[in-house]
Design a protein around this ligand. Sequence first.
Ligand code: C5P
Length: 224
Amino acid sequence: MKKIIVAIDGYSACGKSTTAKKVAEKLKYAYIDTGAMYRAVTLYFHQNYITLTDPRQVNDALQKINIQFKYNSKTNASETYLNGLNVEEEIRKMYISERVSEVSAVPEVRKALVTLQQKVGHKRGIVMDGRDIGTTVFPDAELKIFMNADMNVRAYRRQQELMAKGDMVDLEDIIENLKHRDLLDTTRKESPLVQSPDSYLLDTTYITIEEQIEFVVNLAISKM
Ligand code: C5P
């Protein structure tokens, strides 16, 4: 069986990461959460007061950033490390969600992270989720999935996720944040979020996580 790249793109909070993680587990592939990379950069920029409109500051900062994913056997999940520190919990917080789309629209940031993602995935045998994986990072991916869902369902699912971590956020605030990110992600100049014509559309409004996973795994096997 040949090793392939499964590229999962789509809007925020449609279940991309949950699906990608499980699909990778079933295929025994590595899972790469590119949103976590943009979030880690956002955290670093926030902590170091980086001015997004100053390319020199941005480039200097990018040189100092090291992002790693490490497996945690207790939680059975991969966690994000920024310069050696576990930032998994921090990067999921609302203040990062509120800033990440501005940071990820900066051309220097995209260039650095796309290069890193291509390096990480060049041997194939990966499931990578994000916004531009099938269009920019791996336009030659054997399987491309584009995920979407109804806005209220997306917001409700995100609220449940945050609540499970003890983070109480109003549903209206989540809807506002998702709409704001959708707008920035789809209208930015550099690799905007757009459905690749050769991708499979997966609307998760009325289906279960198990059905999502099965849909992607079956397609992946058919491409191997
Ligand atoms: O997937 P997640 O919601 O964690 O992504 C956070 C943000 O990172 C997105 O809203 C988007 O602005 C940015 N992103 C991106 N390109 C990717 C992955 C994420 O621009 N490949």
